[in-house]
Design a protein around this ligand. Structure first.
Ligand SMILES: Nc1nc2c(c(=O)[nH]1)N[C@H]1C(S)=C(S)[C@@H](COP(=O)(O)OP(=O)(O)OC[C@H]3O[C@@H](n4cnc5c(=O)[nH]c(N)nc54)[C@H](O)[C@@H]3O)O[C@H]1N2
Ligand SMILES: Nc1nc2c(c(=O)[nH]1)N[C@H]1C(S)=C(S)[C@@H](COP(=O)(O)OP(=O)(O)OC[C@H]3O[C@@H](n4cnc5c(=O)[nH]c(N)nc54)[C@H](O)[C@@H]3O)O[C@H]1N2
Ligand SMILES: [Mo]
Length: 764
């Protein structure tokens, strides 16, 4: 077994220092529009940049950025700065082809930054890394599929193959992919959701019977309180700010709960509204609670205790008693649990004052409709599921389900991550698995497959031989980069279906394939004519996406075609006509219609101007749980105690990245420019460690007696609670232990890792 220590780091620190400037007073506004347009023209050129006008239009393509829904009335410019950037990045005129790979060896490429790798352009040819060589070389598609088939069929068991999916994959490609994988004989279908909102799906399913959100976009303008917890919409879901602004103008109060005071929530200028552009914009958050990292569960319990006290003082004014009595179970246990908790301990863990809690509880007590929105600050914790269920408890207390302007809103990340799960990307056999088996005449595997953590463990232990990845960047997105690299190096074959070069490609198995595919903005023509694909947004609406740009190379295949050819080459006795399905995606959609509930008349429904909503029983007022009742859940408080000199590290996205794709090294809203190897710390903590601003430091994480080290970070004084520090994802991922994950959902704890920090500059 190879050891991580035998190899140089796969993501070495980059030279340089950040420049620190004041944070801007408001998010979006002219500067955002200017910055997105300049990136678009520089990457895509004026001609291809016009594709921007088709972004999120009903006859255009779905933004390859986040999963925030589109309003029914769409502005011509229904995109945000970061959506425009994601589009431009894909529409770039730069190309990575055979001559690029002949010029650069894998070892040389590993020294480059993620930003540099991405900036090289679109992948144009299938490439193969033969065992023992240091370069990828061109390979024909036929030979590539033959290599995949021979290697897969040479495994002792289908469970030795892992099939990862990232969340940009369309419903059509994802459905075909999972069908192929299950016919091959395994449920080893880990996906980026395992690293992301798995805690939401898991927690919500137990609490309310479905693993998805329960609000629609229209609910935002009807809400009286909106809580945004553990989410940074100004950067990651900028179009959500428009919905918050509408809500605010309609009288809603907004509470933000975050260790950082993120600019988007404090002040916002609507880029499509002239009046905002000249004025100061709208202050969004009415109340900001600077929770300590990991303190959300304690904070929510404190608010809930305060709500119960208010109810005791003025009965029938705070709780929705009728709802609790008839529509829920477990309330008495929940109440008894809260009674055992000491308010002072809760406040200390949460790191907020009693008066902050009182202000929040007062707003919530009076609310006729509460929406809670959340993202990674809630899910990527050891107690991520408990966090989600505490949010549901809060909503249940006031009866905030199945009524307008109220509900749970996990804000999804990747643009089709929700759809991928709906159509079967899951390490468990979906409830409709047997229908799939009957339809395609095979016996689906019943045993639970690997999720991401399971795959990382099995790869390191030498229990797998092949990794196929439909998109994404398995190496850099996963925790514990060096250990994942060690696992990848032990594979017989790694296969990446990708649009752009990334670090995963640079750590292949003995043999490695890169298969270049069409992206969202590219025109997709098959024998059945021009094709569109479909995606599901964060609120369960399925709609069309059709690219219009000439593909960057005539060698590219679409994702459905790549799956079909992999399946055809590998499954010699399959009765499925894979080619026929990939020739016309209507046929794939017909197949989905006949297998997955909620997709009846798929082809017809999705051709409507706004797509269609998948059934959401909770939005309609029904909890699909025994007795039709939602359930209060209680969990132990997490232990947030730290030894002296230790900190809780959380990892964040900057403004200029999409996950592991780094556009520039700037984080404008946080005032950090030019360098990403930074650690944000409170000034008091820097003083206590005797660190000058920008001092170079080494960070060591501590988990179960194992230390993981990274040096080359610059310490930046920042408004973050004492005892908490923040670094960017994916640079800090080598510090995150792969075996530290959430109870139940197994989501890695990217938002809370115990670290120590030591100055390494001369003199500190
Ligand atoms: N432009 C852009 N858009 C994106 C992405 C992108 O990278 N770039 N990624 C997409 C994806 S896949 C996803 S999942 C989403 C991610 O969207 P977010 O979840 O908003 O992204 P993060 O930067 O991971 O962090 C979320 C917030 O959690 C806060 N936080 C950290 N620790 C804690 C904690 O313990 N408690 C609380 N309450 N808050 C905490 C951080 O300060 C930060 O504001 O965005 C999607 N959209
Ligand atoms: N420490 C830490 N780690 C994290 C997180 C965190 O907050 N902190 N967040 C986690 C989260 S929420 C997520 S979702 C994961 C993200 O994990 P992934 O989804 O695996 O990663 P991405 O960076 O989104 O993948 C980018 C790559 O996808 C490919 N790509 C882009 N578009 C397409 C396409 O249309 N088709 C195909 N086939 N390929 C395409 C490109 O080659 C690009 O390099 O990371 C997780 N990792
Ligand atoms: Mo995500």
């Amino acid at each position: 077994m190879s050891d991580a220590e035998d190899f140089p780091p796969v993501n070495p620190a980059q030279d340089g220092e950040p420049i620190i400037r004041p944070q801007p007073a408001a998010a979006a506004g002219w500067s955002a529009v200017r910055s997105s347009l300049s990136y678009t023209w520089s990457q895509a050129g004026v001609g291809r940049g016009r594709a921007l006008l088709r972004l999120n239009q009903t006859d255009g393509f779905d933004c390859p950025g986040c999963a925030w829904p589109d309003p029914q009335r769409r502005a011509v410019t229904e995109f945000c700065e970061n959506g425009a950037r994601a589009m431009a990045d894909e529409a770039t005129q730069r190309r990575v082809g055979p001559s690029f790979f002949a010029t650069y060896s894998l070892d040389e490429l590993l020294q480059r930054s993620d930003q540099w790798l991405n900036a090289q352009g679109r992948l144009t040819h299938p490439m193969y890394r033969a065992p023992g060589t240091n370069h990828y070389q061109p390979i024909s598609w036929d030979k590539a599929f033959e290599t995949i088939a021979t290697t897969l069929n040479g495994l002792e068991s289908p469970h030795q193959a892992v099939f990862y999916t990232s969340g940009r994959t369309s419903n059509e490609a994802a459905f075909l992919y999972q069908a192929f994988v299950r016919m091959f004989g395994t449920n080893n279908l880990p996906d980026c959701s395992n690293l992301c909102h798995e805690s939401s799906g898991y927690g919500l399913s137990e609490s309310i019977g479905i693993g998805k959100g329960t609000v629609s976009l229209e609910d935002f303008s009807k809400a009286s309180v909106i809580v945004v917890i553990g989410q940074n919409p100004g950067t990651n879901h900028p179009r959500m700010l428009s919905a918050l602004q509408e809500a605010k103008l309609g009288g809603a109060k907004i509470i933000s709960i975050n260790p950082l005071e993120e600019v988007g929530l404090t002040r916002f200028k609507h880029p499509q509204r002239l009046i905002d552009m000249v004025g100061r914009g709208t202050a969004l958050a009415d109340l900001h609670l600077p929770v300590r990292v990991g303190g959300d569960y304690a904070l929510l319990c404190a608010i809930q205790k305060s709500l119960l006290e208010r109810e005791a003082k003025a009965p029938a004014t705070v709780l929705s008693e009728d709802f609790i009595e008839h529509r829920t179970q477990g309330f008495e246990e929940f109440k008894a649990f809260l009674a055992t908790l000491d308010m002072d301990r809760l406040l200390a863990d949460a790191g907020v004052s009693a008066s902050d809690i009182e202000m929040a509880s007062e707003l919530l007590a009076r609310s006729s409709g509460t929406i809670v929105c959340w993202a990674m600050g809630i899910t990527q914790h050891h107690n991520g599921v408990a966090n989600v269920q505490a949010i549901v408890n809060l909503l249940l207390m006031g009866g905030h389900f199945g009524r307008p302007g109220a509900g749970a809103c996990p804000v999804r990340g990747h643009s089709n991550v929700q759809g991928d799960r709906t159509v079967g990307i899951w390490e468990k056999l979906p409830p409709w698995g047997d229908v799939l088996g009957r339809k395609l005449q095979f016996s689906p595997p019943q045993e639970t497959g690997f999720d991401v953590v399971g795959a990382i463990e099995a790869m390191q232990a030498g229990r797998t031989g092949v990794l196929v990845a439909m998109g994404g960047n398995f190496l850099s997105a996963s925790p514990d980069t060096e250990r994942v690299a060690a696992g990848l190096r032990q594979q017989r074959l790694t296969v990446y279906v990708s649009t752009k070069l990334n670090r995963s490609h640079l750590v292949p198995g003995a043999a490695g394939l890169i298969l270049p595919c069409l992206g969202r903005s590219d025109q997709d023509v098959q024998p059945g004519g021009k094709q569109f694909v479909t995606v599901e947004n964060s609120m369960g609406i399925v709609s069309r996406s059709q690219g219009s740009l000439p593909p960057p190379s005539d060698q590219l295949l679409s994702e459905p075609r790549i799956v079909a050819r992999m399946a055809e080459a590998t499954l010699k006795d399959s009765t499925v006509d894979w080619t026929d399905l990939a020739d016309d995606y209507d046929r794939i959609r017909d197949l989905i219609s006949s297998v997955v509930p909620g997709f009846e008349d798929y082809n017809q429904q999705v051709r409507g101007s706004h797509g269609f909503s998948l059934p959401n029983p909770v939005h309609a007022g029904q909890f699909p749980l025994p007795g039709g009742r939602a359930r209060f859940h209680v969990h132990e408080l997490p232990d947030l105690q730290l030894a002296r000199g230790r900190f809780w590290l959380t990892t964040l996205r900057s403004h200029d990245q999409f996950n592991t794709t780094i556009y520039t090294a700037n984080d404008r809203y946080r005032g950090v420019y030019g360098h990403r190897w930074v650690v944000l710390m409170s000034e008091e903590d820097m003083v206590s460690l005797d660190l000058e601003p920008l001092a170079k430091v080494e960070i060591v994480s501590h988990y179960h007696g194992v230390q993981r080290r990274l040096s080359g970070f610059s310490a930046v004084p920042y408004g973050i609670p004492r005892g908490n520090v923040a670094c960017y994802f994916p640079e800090a991922n080598p510090l995150i232990p792969w075996d530290s994950f959430a109870v139940g959902s197994r989501t890695p704890t990217s938002k809370r890792v115990e670290v120590s920090i030591r100055g390494t500059s001369i003199g500190s």
